[in-house]
Design a protein. Structure first.
Length: 309
């Protein structure tokens, strides 16, 4: 991570910031990101898995020289895993030492053991702490995997950038973190949380933008192979599949085919590597063989007549 950089002062600077981190973003994304940074508001990013939501937080942290604090959400996530918990073994040792020393003031002992020395900080609390590099980038990733009670807890964090610990009181951020919240939309997030954020939907990229992403992220792939990969993936996204491939899968596929020394797509190469692109057996079975050959034939015919780039 480099030195701390100032926040962008325009949409164009925000686009340039993303570009400097090898993120190929659209102007609409740069606009809402600029506003989130300018207004100090959390940015809520929604979209299918693998379209580049998480990457935005990583790029921001890298290009701005900030620390990245990531909270990976999951079902059953609670305060002890997301915010803080007390170091009970150390507290018990402190109690035993105090008893051995003859300390009899129970109230004083209680204050001693509920001191920040015994506090184990989890991502949300870490993100509120001062940092020499500036306020960190807080990534709350895949919020849709948690439940509604945890969402309700986040309201205080996203509204006031503070956390209340009963034994210590409220801990507020001296400088609010840059907050990126992502969701794959496996369930709807409550309106109360969305109101506290600026919102942007990240869709699958156009063919032109996906080819640009491939050029930036997988420069080792031959130009012809890259064009065919993008056209094939774009065609796949029009099929009735359980899970459509995202940009992440496109990049993985390009890397895999490059490692196999492919300079162009052929039916055998597609069948052999579909597990890189598709992650469900029913989808692979549906595309493998004759359907893959048909899609590839359509792709090559299209590219013969009209180039993507």
């Amino acid at each position: 991570m480099g030195e701390q950089s100032p926040l962008p002062v325009s949409v164009d600077e925000t686009l340039a910031l993303l570009s400097s981190g090898d993120y190929v973003g659209e102007r609409s994304l740069a606009t809402v990101l600029f506003l989130a940074l300018k207004l100090g508001r959390p940015l809520f990013l929604e979209g299918e898995a693998g379209v580049g939501k998480t990457e935005i937080a990583k790029v921001l942290a890298d290009t701005l020289g900030r620390r990245l604090v990531r909270l990976q959400c999951y079902e059953g996530l609670d305060v002890s895993a997301a915010v803080y918990e007390w170091n009970y073994p150390r507290q018990m040792v402190e109690i035993r030492v105090a008893e051995a020393a003859g300390a009899g003031d129970r109230a004083s002992l209680t204050n001693d053991i509920f001191d920040e020395r015994f506090l184990i900080e989890r991502p949300l609390l870490q993100a509120l702490r001062p940092d020499d590099r500036g306020a960190p980038v807080l990534l709350i990733d895949e919020l849709d995997r948690t439940d509604e009670p945890f969402e309700a807890f986040l309201l205080e964090v996203l509204s006031d950038y503070q956390i209340t610990i009963p034994e210590l009181g409220s801990i507020a951020a001296a400088s609010p973190p840059i907050v990126i919240v992502t969701s794959n939309r496996t369930r709807e997030i409550h309106d109360a949380l969305k109101r506290r954020c600026l919102y942007h939907w990240i869709d699958y990229p156009s063919a032109e933008r996906e080819l640009e992403i491939l050029t930036v992220k997988a420069p080792g792939a031959p130009a012809k192979l890259s064009r065919e990969i993008v056209s094939f993936v774009q065609a796949l996204r029009k099929e009735d599949l359980f899970k459509l491939p995202g940009i992440a899968e496109t990049l993985d596929w390009a890397e895999a085919l490059t490692q196999l020394d492919k300079v162009a797509l052929d039916p055998q190469a597609i069948d052999d590597t579909l597990g890189v692109l598709l992650k469900y057996q029913d989808d692979i079975a549906k595309i493998q063989g004759s359907e893959a050959a048909r899609l590839l034939s359509d792709v090559k015919s299209e590219l013969t007549g009209v180039a993507i780039a």
